[in-house]
Structure formats: structure tokens, C-alpha cells
Design a protein around this ligand. Sequence first.
Ligand SMILES: Nc1ncnc2c1ncn2[C@@H]1O[C@H](COP(=O)(O)OP(=O)(O)OP(=O)(O)O)[C@@H](O)[C@H]1O
Length: 307
Amino acid sequence: MIGIDLEDLTKEYGGTRAVDRLTLSVEPGRVTGFLGPNGAGKSTTMRLVLGLDRPTAGTATVGGRPYAALREPLRTVGALLDPQAAHGSRTALDHLRFLAVSNRIPDRRVDEVLRDTGLATAARRRVRTFSLGMRQRLGIAAALLGDPAVLLLDEPANGLDPEGIVWIRELLRRLAREGRTVLVSSHLMNETATFADHLVVLGRGRLLTDLPMRDFIERHSDARVRVRSGDPARLRAALLTGGYAVTGGDDGRLVVEGAEAAQVGAIAAREGIAILELADERASLEQAYLALTAAETEFAAAAPKGA
Ligand SMILES: Nc1ncnc2c1ncn2[C@@H]1O[C@H](COP(=O)(O)OP(=O)(O)OP(=O)(O)O)[C@@H](O)[C@H]1O
């Protein structure tokens, strides 16, 4: 099993610190979502892992070695950085065959990845005729070509249609189940929550969060229930007795903090109180993520005057 390790990784461009003393392990067997606002340093980190840029300080290693020291890099690490990377005048098939031959990858892998990415019927079309979503699929096909243990995918869902988004979600989950290390950058917290087991958030090159997705969701989306009943005063009393914090009530509607709808429903049933409305409510994950990164956003729109 091969993971990615960053130690004090730092990259400066002129006076800008794109990546700032980043220490992090990306583990095999799970999908790690890599989030952060524009300019947070996600792409730079991926480029440093791939040896496309030199760190100013610190190290980035794959399975304990720098990328440049890997014997057969494409068989160890697959990457999607730029969906426009394929030459427009080539067909998808030629593009992948060229990559396979130059990396001593068996030709049968070309057919396999074309099939896996849903491009088999478009294989003989020139890449310049491809939509952005098809180019993404081709970039993913190229990343998968060497059957690598490690995958770095920079916004792979960009440009995909809803069916494509479901497909990529399932692909990422499968790759992790197979024991691979999967690092996927995105701007969207809600989307990332649908496929990532683990979450890393950067802000201005620094590590803001590194924890299991489940923990982030639990920490940031407090459960609460909205309930309307035939006897709000009695329901409120029963909920308070049950140890719940209850707010609202003037119009008969109550908000119960830290509860699930089933728990509130059970208390009402026990008391014989008629329930007119009952719904789980969760603070939006996207809001929690935006709050986390608000202070770290390089390109935030200025607040309008008087706001
Ligand atoms: N080649 C470069 N020369 C100068 N500055 C650079 C270069 N590459 C990146 N930067 C700067 O480094 C910072 C991090 O950029 P990076 O592209 O890594 O962020 P990102 O998180 O991938 O952003 P996005 O979400 O917009 O893709 C930014 O301030 C960017 O302007």
C-alpha cells in the first residue's frame, strides 16, 4: 500500500507562499477530498507531489520516495491536472496508445480504460471535437492507464453532466475500495461529502482541516428538528424533561436542538400529542466549509458598502 507524505512542504513564487509548511499523510484505501478556496494551494501541492515543481523547502514523497525517484512513475501515480492536456488533432485512442507505449504499459490497458471511462464509442474521434466532460473522462482514462496505486485528480467532476457526476463518484469509491490512495480536489463541499472518506482543507497554503469526513459532518452540522403539534406547551415540557433544548413556540412550532425526528416523534407518541409537522434539519455543510475558509480566501468579493 502506497501513500503520499508531505513534510513541511513549502513553495514560494516570488513573494507569495503558495504552500506553507504543509505536513500531511494521504492514506491508501480511502478517498481524500482536497478543498480550499481559489489560490489556496491545492494544484501547487499536487504539482509538487508529481515533481512538476520544486519545493522551496520540505518534501513530498510517494511510498517514501520523491516522484523523480520512482522507477515507473505512471504505474505508481496517475494524475489528472489539466483536461486540455491531450493534443486536439489526435484521437483519444492515439493519445492513450502514445502514453502506453512511452511508459511500457500493455496495449490492452488502453481498451480497458476507454471502457472504464465510457469513451469506447468515441475512441476514434479527434480530441478537439470532445466536450469538456469528455476531455475530463479522457484525462481520467490517462490517469488510470498504468493501473496506479496512487491517484491525484484535480477537480475531476468539472464539466461532467449529472450522469457523469454519479459515475465519477462511483469510480472514486471503487478505486479506494481496491486499496488505492485517491486525492481529489474540488471547490464544492457538498459534492466532496458524497464520495470522500477523509477531508483536507487548505487556506492560503496552510492546513486548516485534516480529519475524517464523518467527523467534519458531525462537528459542523448539528442535528435539529422542527416540529408543529396540537399541544406545543405540553410537547415542550415533555422534550425539556427528556433533556432537549427547545426554542420557538409562539406559532405552535418548536425547534429541538440535538435531536433526530424519530426521537421527537417517539416522545410525542408516548405523550399522546398529535404531530402536525415533523422534519430533520441540518446546518448546511457548505456553510460550515465557507465559515472555515472565510478568513483565508484570497479572492473574496469585497462586501458592498453599507452591508
Ligand atoms: N507558476 C506560478 N507562478 C506564480 N504564482 C503561482 C504559480 N502557480 C501558482 N501560483 C500562486 O500560488 C497560489 C496557489 O495557487 P494554486 O493554483 O495552487 O491554488 P488552488 O488551490 O489550486 O486554486 P484553484 O482552486 O483556483 O485552482 C496562488 O496565489 C497562485 O497565484
